[in-house]
Design a protein around this ligand. Structure first.
Ligand code: PMP
Ligand code: GLN
Length: 395
């Protein structure tokens, strides 16, 4: 066999060429190479609850999930997801027809977009957006229509008029993300009500990524599926990764109508078919942890948000206060910098810390240029050390 002549045609198809390597891989590799503190990729540096880890071990040992689990997910997990939606949000889903377990939220987003979007369909997404959205819209042949969240009064906000203006006759769906990565914005009840009204009025589907649903520090998380007329047009996505601090397990899920779940599954079955068998049993137990678990997680991360935010402020950054998620976005211009990419590439050498340039989450790259994201889902001593190192930038 000979390698194909690279001159003939690029190997990578044109739907993927613009995306390159994900920034998370690039920045985590930079952290490993330089030994810097990794506040780039969002993963906790301590594992989730011991009893949940043990539940996974038990499932493995007992031979539960070691062979292909059922396509929609193991019944125990589907029941736990339905109960969680009922207990938290008073949303009733039939575990047999309205719940689908996926390989993380990443696969759920991919499957939803691949299943629902025809080439040429417009997909509205809140910019800056999580990097897999652009790639999945691209793979589906869709056209992304960014609606930009803008900083004002120390936080990022959605302009509802801009969102309304972005809807055209070609709009297939709105891809929401609340709490929002990377800005930490949590859409308010009033904003969600307005988005819901728009979706109903223009007969749009909504795919909503709510993986940070339990990480809200100010305000509340309200699923858009709870608004009038929305349950039947919303694909809700979440994941165990952030809620239980097991990001490597990749257990996610979709809740929606039977028709929409069947549609998403049509794509999902050919992506992974199934995944994470034993972990599905463990996540079923995790979802039934008492409220105190979720309260403690939030309280712990809120304190970490405050610790890192104070450190960044002391180091001279302008800090946009995140109401939720793992991340705090900063403006580097007060430090005399304007290019987040260059800043992040130099940061390990300058002070031994890794961060992520928000520009990668923008179509309007210029709008994201001076913003940099730091993750605070790390041990307190790590955040304290990072703050000490960052402070050297100010001198
Ligand atoms: N959506 C958002 C907004 C995220 O930040 C992430 C990454 N943590 C994901 C989806 C992916 O979630 P998972 O690891 O469950 O695939
Ligand atoms: N969601 C994580 C982040 O935003 C990264 C997940 C990934 O590496 N794909 O940092």
């Amino acid at each position: 066999m000979t390698a194909r002549d690279p001159g003939r045609r690029p190997l990578l198809n044109r739907r993927l060429t613009e995306f390159g390597t994900t920034i998370f891989a690039e920045m985590s590799a930079l952290a490993v190479r330089t030994g810097a503190i990794n506040l780039g990729q969002g993963f906790p540096d301590t594992d989730g609850p011991e009893e949940i880890r043990e539940a996974a071990v038990r499932a493995l040992r007992d031979g539960r999930g070691n062979q292909y689990p059922p396509g929609p997910g193991v019944p125990e997990l589907r029941a736990a997801i339905a109960d969680h939606q009922q207990r938290r949000y008073d949303l009733a889903f039939d575990p047999d027809t309205e719940v689908l377990v996926t390989a993380g939220a990443t696969e759920a987003v991919a499957a939803a977009l691949l299943a629902l979007v025809e080439p040429g369909d417009e997909v509205i997404a809140l910019e800056p957006y999580y990097d897999s959205y652009a790639a999945c819209i691209g793979m589906a042949g869709g056209v992304r229509v960014p609606v930009t969240l803008r900083p004002r009064d120390g936080a990022y906000h959605l302009d509802l008029d801009e969102l309304r203006d972005a809807v055209t006759d070609n709009t297939r769906l709105i891809l929401l993300n609340t709490p929002h990565n990377p800005t930490g914005t949590v859409l308010t009840r009033a904003e969600l009500a307005a988005i819901a009204e728009l979706a109903v009025e223009r007969d749009l589907l909504v795919v909503t990524d709510e993986v940070y649903e339990h990480l809200v520090f100010d305000g509340e998380h309200v699923p858009i599926a709870t608004f009038p007329g929305m349950r039947e047009r919303t694909v809700t996505i979440s994941s165990a990764g952030k809620t239980f601090s097991f990001t490597g397990w990749k257990v996610g899920w979709v809740t929606s109508t039977p028709e929409l779940v069947t549609t998403v599954r049509a794509a999902k079955q050919f992506l992974t078919y199934v995944s994470a068998g034993p972990f599905q049993y463990a996540v079923a137990e995790a979802l039934r942890l008492p409220d105190s678990y979720f309260d403690d997680l939030r309280t712990d991360l809120r304190a970490k948000r405050d610790l890192l935010s104070a450190g960044l402020t002391a180091a001279g950054f302008d800090v946009y206060r995140p109401a939720g998620t793992y991340f705090v976005t900063t403006d580097i211009r007060p430090l005399g910098e304007s290019d987040g990419f260059a800043f992040c590439r130099a940061l390990p050498d300058r002070c031994g810390v890794v961060a992520v340039p928000n520009a990668v989450f923008y179509d309007h790259r210029d709008q994201g240029a001076p913003f940099v994201r730091f993750a605070f889902c790390k041990r307190t001593d790590v955040l304290t050390e990072a703050a000490t190192r960052l402070k050297t930038l100010a001198s």
